[in-house]
Write a protein that binds this ligand. Structure first.
Ligand SMILES: O=C(O)c1ccccc1NCC(=O)[C@H](O)[C@H](O)COP(=O)(O)O
Length: 217
């Protein structure tokens, strides 16, 4: 999906504190993510996520993130947290991802040693996906703090793409201009430690994305 003239969406992921969620919203972030992946250092319990969700400002999306969680666990999160988008980082297939009555985004791990990805094959495999999120490959499925080669994002996708993996205030501008994505997503690059967001890094990240949006090439 080519970018013409619009505002790059920003998602910050891995919140554990309501105050950080509130600040991200005030900075104009479009979506905040709560991680339920079993092996993430940013993992929260559904009751904690529900409390943060209840503290959220209006017009900000709540994204619930999973990696090979069981169906009952996902259902419980959907019921308790009321996310507006689900994000799957594991081996979940399209039928599983679609099975909760909430739109979903599929994360695609970008392995340096893998064959190039084919846009048509991805779309055939995940016909129900609202968007694809391209993230660096890592053993725990995300939050690696590492970038990948952005030129490997397959061309010709007819769905929005979100770029993730090692984005921070120092490279967000370049990432947006290099990939012209629908959105960008960051976790470790806006933190002081896993799950603890840094207000100044979040603010600078947002400013850099907006600077890229205003950039005329
Ligand atoms: O962040 C995690 O701990 C995590 C663990 C397992 C699956 C996904 C995870 N994060 C998902 C995200 O949406 C992150 O923003 C994305 O992976 C980028 O992370 P980072 O490289 O730290 O910015």
């Amino acid at each position: 999906m080519n970018k013409l003239l619009f505002r790059t969406r920003i998602k910050f992921c891995g919140f554990t504190r309501a105050g950080d969620v509130r600040l991200a919203s005030e900075l104009g972030v479009d979506a905040v993510g709560f991680i339920f992946s079993p092996d993430s250092p940013r993992r929260v319990h559904p009751t904690e996520a529900r409390a943060m969700r209840n503290a959220m400002a209006p017009l900000v999306d709540a994204v619930a993130l999973f990696r090979n969680n069981g169906v009952e666990e996902v259902r419980d999160v959907v019921k308790q947290v009321r996310p507006t988008l689900l994000q799957f980082h594991g081996d979940e297939d399209d039928a599983f991802c679609r099975g909760f009555g909430v739109p979903y985004m599929k994360a695609i791990p970008m392995r340096a040693d893998a064959d190039p990805l084919d846009a048509r094959a991805l779309q055939t495999r995940y016909p129900g996906a609202s968007a694809f999120l391209f993230d660096s490959y890592g053993p725990t499925g995300g939050g690696t703090g590492r970038t990948f080669d952005w030129s490997r994002i397959p061309a010709g996708l007819n769905k929005p793409i979100v770029v993730a993996g090692g984005l921070n205030p120092d490279n967000a501008f370049d990432a947006v201009l290099a990939t012209l994505p629908w959105g960008v997503d960051a976790a470790s690059g806006i933190e002081s430690e896993p799950g603890i967001k840094d207000g100044d890094k979040m603010r600078r990240f947002v400013l850099e994305v907006r600077r890229a949006d205003c950039h005329e090439s």
